[in-house]
Design a protein around this ligand. Structure first.
Ligand SMILES: [Zn+2]
Length: 456
């Protein structure tokens, strides 16, 4: 074992109490719990390491934390984006240990938020500990933007980024998450899909009716499912007119890089107990291309009528659906909202009320930017040869990356994190392997150590 590895483990053990304290606070943004305590804990961890910290809370929402470490050794600046909020822990009975009690089993740490995103913030902080211990200062300037509403769609982040854009200027940004695939390859993403989340409501009467009246009355549930069915074909083509029109086609290089990444169809079948064939079966063997470049339309939930035990012959007065589209480069939430409204109108569903609950635009930065190359090279130094290091143009997930591009001069952004195939972020028994934690810390050390070599 090299001395860096030994020292990293030692520092990880010395900082375990503050890490566990951070994990133990139930910072559930959706349920508005634990916010002030967590902000205090994060501020204390940053100040303890000598950062200049500002807790920004003048524009609404949970506070956004700015922190800065100045270096005399380099004029390059690295920005870290992280979030201190977590998803709700429910369902409780599926957890093998208490969701907010950090629990180590077989060198895997279990806790809500350990993978998404508290563990990743700790890798940045322990890497800073290492560099400060070694040199007394960091090899490059380092800034943090740590928000507390990522898990509810970052509804207040834009005004903070706009007003405080000067604070967060940097030469590149490490995104909050990242990590390894089922086959242990380490994937660095340079973009994210966008999202529009909508609620559809339809009401056909002021009270539920006896279902014998179905010969006379229209039915809210039917209205809604017919409207939904009009939006997508049985072979999964989205039928909303214009939906695909502005999609920016991937470049040859982006396709090539995407095809390097194996989508483990068997693994998905096993882990999810899928009973239907993959959508891309027989049409496009490259599931990875679909995952990376295809926009989606998903019914997230449906509610109408009688759903309890036995039968109730009722004609429902109302129906509700929650639906989402994952958006790819070229699509914007505002455009898609207009297209869905037009679609409903054109198909005679003007009585369906549409409400947008969340919206985020997609973002992709060039895979050959000087910063992405540096992140890749530093990852190669740490993860090879056990893990292949792969660059992917975009992750299938969503986050506020486009805002960073918009307000921070088209910032080059790449992911790096401690995720693994069974992280179970957002699900019960969320976890992080300690081996990934140590490697994540080492990657951050290596990246900060090489920031000054960045071209441009
Ligand atoms: Zn999350």
């Amino acid at each position: 074992m090299t001395s860096v590895e030994e020292t990293v483990k030692e520092l990880a053990s010395q900082t375990r109490d503050e890490f566990y304290h951070y994990l133990s606070i139930p910072t559930v943004s959706a349920q508005k719990t634990g916010i002030p305590e967590t902000v205090e804990a994060v501020k204390a961890m940053l100040e303890k390491r000598g950062a200049d910290v500002r807790v920004l809370d003048d524009l609404g929402g949970n506070p956004v934390i700015y922190a800065s470490f100045v270096s005399s050794k380099s004029d390059k600046t690295l920005l870290f984006y992280n979030h201190y909020d977590v998803q709700p822990p429910e369902p409780f009975d599926e957890w093998l240990s208490e969701p907010f009690v950090p629990t180590l089993r077989d060198d895997i740490l279990y806790c809500r938020g350990v993978a998404d995103n508290k563990g990743n913030l700790m890798t940045r902080l322990v890497a800073i500990d290492y560099l400060l211990m070694r040199d007394g200062e960091l090899p490059c300037n380092v800034k943090f933007l740590i928000e507390g509403e990522e898990e509810i769609g970052s509804p207040h982040l834009e005004p903070y980024l706009e007003k405080y854009a000067d604070l967060w200027q940097a030469d590149g940004c490490i995104w909050e998450f990242g990590g390894k695939q089922e086959d242990e390859s380490f994937v660095i993403d340079c973009g994210l899909k966008g999202l529009i989340y909508m609620e559809l409501n339809v009401s056909t009467a002021s009270i539920d009716a006896h279902s014998s009246l179905a010969a006379l009355f229209d039915n809210a549930a039917w209205r809604l499912v017919q409207a939904l069915a009009s939006m997508k074909s049985v072979d999964n083509r989205i039928l909303i007119e214009g939906f695909y029109d502005k999609v920016v086609a991937p470049t040859e290089e982006e396709i090539k890089r995407t095809l390097d990444i194996v989508v483990d169809q068997e693994g998905f079948n096993r882990n999810f107990g899928l009973t239907r064939p993959f959508i891309e079966d027989g049409r496009n063997p490259a599931n990875g291309l679909a995952l990376t470049f295809s926009p989606t339309l998903t019914v997230n939930g449906l509610l109408s009528g009688y759903i309890n035990q036995g039968s109730k012959t009722v004609l429902p007065k109302a129906a509700m659906a929650k639906i989402e589209c994952r958006l790819v480069l070229g699509q914007t939430p505002a455009d898609i909202e207009q297209l869905v409204r037009k679609h409903l109108h054109k198909h005679g569903f003007d009585d369906i009320e549409l409400k947008v609950l969340a919206a985020q635009s997609p973002y992709r930065c060039p895979m050959d930017s000087a910063f992405v190359k540096l992140v890749e090279a530093s990852a190669n130094d740490v993860y090879q040869p056990e893990s292949k290091v792969l660059i992917r143009p975009t992750n299938a997930g969503t986050g506020p990356m486009d805002l960073f591009g918009k307000y921070l001069n088209g910032m080059s952004i790449a992911t790096s994190g401690t995720g693994w195939a069974k992280s179970q972020a957002h699900a019960p028994n969320e976890s992080m392997r300690m081996s990934d934690y140590y490697q994540g810390i080492r990657h951050m050390i290596r990246l900060m150590d090489t920031m000054d070599d960045m071209e441009g």
